[in-house]
Design a protein around this ligand. Structure first.
Ligand code: ADP
Ligand code: MG
Length: 250
């Protein structure tokens, strides 16, 4: 695990500046929620960290390593979106194990001749992740035999199982109904507490923001408005926008 640090990061598409001079540190093992209205730049910020977009100015660090010039695959970061694709022909177990196998084969250079110990380590990890997401009873099923909520939990499990240094989620629950959203929210928080992966969770939903993170970053118009604990944001909003957005009492 490692802290994620953005230093004076700006992003423009053509002439349109969508992120202005962003300084942000997400501490090692922290669960940071990034919240703000639609179009304020949340997805772009995550995509810059993951390497799916390039910064216009500034630098991004993962631990001590500057990563903003590295291709996505060279960054030890996992990202989950609102829509996701599981491998339809693979079981839940195989879907979650897939990333782990690839990682081990990259490390050792052997894929076909994986040893007993390696296979056992993978099985243990899959079990651990599946238990915290409460999909451990579904490991033999194929994706088409799962509900939407279950599929999304498998996608989350698959992304985090390989133990990335940072875990980015972009509105991963927005396709689920309210009841399922609140259940899955709790499972994500529990999973993060167990695995301690540095996490950035993007949402446009204030309630979600208030109940999930240890700290919240409020973004509006491509600028950071405030970074603080849920309680402080509510009690001591830095400006009128934050007060209105977080529903603080006048
Ligand atoms: P959010 O995730 O907060 O809804 P986005 O990061 O998706 O916001 O978008 C922020 C702004 O950047 C929007 O005005 C959007 O139109 C613009 N934008 C995002 N991606 C691109 C792109 N690839 N090309 C041009 N403009 C983009
Ligand atoms: Mg978005």
């Amino acid at each position: 695990m490692a802290p994620v640090r953005l230093c004076a990061v700006s992003k423009a598409f053509e002439q349109n500046v969508v992120l202005h001079d962003i300084d942000l540190t997400v501490e090692d093992r922290e669960f940071m929620v990034l919240v703000g209205p639609s179009g304020c730049g949340k997805s772009t910020l995550l995509r810059l960290i993951a390497g799916l977009e390039t910064v216009t100015e500034g630098s991004i660090y993962l631990g001590d390593t500057q990563i903003n010039h590295l291709p996505p695959k060279a960054r030890d970061i996992a990202m989950v979106f609102q829509s996701y694709a599981l491998y339809p022909h693979m079981s839940v177990y195989e879907n979650i194990a897939f990333g782990l196998r690839r990682q081990q084969s990259q490390r050792s250079g052997i894929f076909s001749s994986m040893g007993h110990k390696q296979r056992q380590a993978i099985a243990l990890r899959v079990q651990q992740v599946a238990e915290s997401l409460q999909i451990d009873k579904l490991l033999d099923r194929k994706p088409k035999e799962l509900s939407g909520g279950q599929k999304q939990r498998v996608a989350l499990g698959r992304a985090i199982a390989r133990n990335p240094q940072a875990f980015l989620m972009d509105e991963p629950l927005s396709n689920l109904d309210a009841q399922l959203r609140s259940e899955t929210r709790a499972q994500i928080v529990q999973l993060q507490q167990q695995l301690q992966t540095t996490t950035i969770y993007v949402t446009h939903d204030q309630t979600e923001a208030m109940t999930m993170g240890s700290r919240i970053t409020v973004l509006n118009g491509g600028k950071i408005q405030q970074v603080d604990t849920p309680l402080n944001l509510y009690r001591k909003p830095a400006n009128l926008f934050v007060a209105g957005f977080m529903g603080s009492p006048p």
